[in-house]
Write a new protein. Structure first.
Length: 173
């Protein structure tokens, strides 16, 4: 029997901890007019809490310096003040403040994303897949305009718009 979205929340009561080794974060964008760029990041930590009445909150932290595009020179540039400025802002953080089941089986997540010292609202649509009683995978995608976080370097046709995909594994604590 498959649990409905509201049942998933009430059956998941407790504290959940991110499993960084089973979590993937991917970025896609265009650079130099039309060339696609793909990158990965690593998550450092994350947690979530589901109350008995189905209320959800949590956070997810990404190591900004972990970016890997497969091009060492580009990666080094992405760490500078032109982009992530990792010496000052070493992490990106997503904080979820509420999760509501949707009729299509997904979840509407309300939260905010902090990048480069700026926090902006970011609502997501997430898919949740339980794997037994103590493991759950949360997947989402988001389109980001990096200029909203004051990262607006665009020489040589670099695109301000980025697509982020996250598949995060959480373990019941």
């Amino acid at each position: 029997m498959t649990a409905t979205p509201p049942d998933l929340l009430t059956n998941a009561t407790g504290t959940w901890t991110l499993d960084p080794t089973a979590t993937t974060i991917q970025l896609r964008t265009k650079a130099m007019w039309v060339l696609p760029v793909k990158a990965t990041f690593t998550a450092t930590e994350g947690s979530g809490t589901v109350t008995p009445d189905g209320q959800v909150s949590g956070s997810f932290v990404v190591n900004a310096a972990s970016i890997d595009t497969g091009n060492a020179g580009r990666d080094k540039h992405l760490l500078t003040k032109d982009f992530f400025e990792v010496e000052t802002y070493p992490t990106f953080t997503y904080a979820a403040t509420s999760v509501v089941p949707a009729a299509d089986g997904t979840f509407a997540v309300t939260g905010s994303l902090t990048i480069h010292g700026k926090t902006r609202p970011l609502d997501l649509v997430a898919k949740v897949a339980p794997h037994g009683a103590d493991t759950v995978t949360v997947s989402t995608e988001a389109a980001l305009d990096r200029s909203q976080w004051d990262i607006d370097w665009t020489k040589m046709g670099a695109n301000l718009h980025n697509q982020i995909s996250v598949t995060a594994a959480f373990l019941k604590a």
